[in-house]
Design a protein around this ligand. Structure first.
Ligand code: ZN
Ligand code: ZN
Length: 344
């Protein structure tokens, strides 16, 4: 099957997308090229694999590429060339937009070290080079939904007035039959369309800044991993509706402000799917098993927001804690910060 390489015009090496400059950069001669100017050169036509399924080959070194069914871009394990799998970013799988990486690999590694508190409280051997090398920049498939909710709510509300006349204290309660119609628009509600990524985990990387959306070009993927969507926008519509439920509720509440009590009698929420766009969003990711637990480190590749929790060594915590009793209140504060809050 067809692969896309982004070759340097100077020396012919495979260029990679550079988060710092937002351009393609040649790792050999450091030449730069605008993403808009990059003309991805398609490789030769389909080559059936041994088992009859379509296989992908690196144009640079000829090696077979390890491509899972959901892979849209990968890096050749043999020569390191960034390769985009042409048919997996085309047709119905063509992303409309992409937010390119704005945070580079070095910055992500620095953040990962900090997340592990430079090994201060993580178990011995945890901060191995392996884990840092396995930090992966991946474009995760998302659907961005535009939704329109028409809300009709009827409620019995009260207003209470208390006043004194002479020796008497009066309480006056007025009852109102209140009807509200709300027309609510929610734009670009993100839902991740990858089967592998944990939904709640991905949600915690939000928000992305959507003014950074760029029209999709394969060059943004050069040197990164990318997945194509594994669920359609129809299949994930209910998740999008779930995500706006809280916003609808607070809109209803504020429409009834000013009353002492609000008792809802009827409520009708009709949410319509206006539009959805297929986009790729950047995530730095480390996933590994430790102590029979899966630990995840993930960073929003645009804003640098981090989610996840590192494993902590009980022995190291005990040792550190012991030292702190001799210390000051300030040190106590440092500890609670170091533990990310809530661990002890
Ligand atoms: Zn070059
Ligand atoms: Zn290769």
């Amino acid at each position: 099957m067809m692969t896309l390489h982004h070759k340097c015009h100077g020396c012919g090496s495979d260029m990679v997308f550079d988060a710092g400059t937002g351009t393609l950069v040649c790792p050999s001669c450091r030449a730069q090229m605008d993403v808009e100017a990059a003309d991805a050169r398609p490789d030769s036509g389909p080559k059936p694999g041994h088992d009859g399924t379509a296989a992908y080959h690196c144009e640079n070194c000829g090696a077979d590429l390890m491509a899972l069914p959901e892979t849209a871009a990968t890096v050749c394990a043999f020569c390191g060339a960034g390769v985009v799998l042409a048919d997996r970013v085309a047709g119905e799988h063509a992303p409309e937009y992409v937010i390119p990486f704005a945070i580079g690999r070095e910055e992500a590694i620095k953040a990962f070290r900090k997340w592990c508190r430079n090994g201060l409280l993580t178990p011995r051997g945890f901060m191995t080079a392996d884990r840092i090398n396995s930090i992966t920049g991946i474009y995760v498939p998302f659907w961005l939904y535009d939704l329109n909710s028409r809300v009709k709510v009827r409620a019995v509300c009260t207003k209470v007035r208390t006043y004194r006349r002479g020796d008497y204290l009066y309480t006056e309660t007025h009852y109102y039959d209140v009807y509200r119609e709300l027309d609510l628009h929610y734009l670009k509600v993100p839902v991740d369309a990858s089967a592998k990524m944990d939904d709640a985990f991905m949600d915690r990387l939000e928000p992305y800044r959507y003014d950074g959306l760029k029209e999709f070009r394969p060059a943004y993927l050069a040197g990164f991993l990318a997945e194509k969507y594994q669920f359609t926008d129809r299949e994930l519509l209910d998740r999008a509706k779930d995500k706006i439920r809280g916003f609808i509720e607070s809109a209803i509440r504020s429409s009834f402000s000013g009353y002492a009590t609000v008792t809802r009698v009827s409520e009708d929420i009709d949410t319509r799917h206006v539009e959805s766009r297929y986009v790729l969003l950047p995530v730095w990711l480390v996933v590994y098993d430790y102590d029979n637990f899966k630990h995840n480190f993930a960073m929003n590749g645009q804003t640098g927001k981090i989610t996840g929790r590192p494993p902590l060594s009980r022995a190291k915590i005990a040792a550190w804690f012991g030292g702190i009793f001799a210390g000051t209140l300030l040190a106590m504060k440092t500890l609670s910060w170091a533990l990310g809050g809530g661990f002890l």
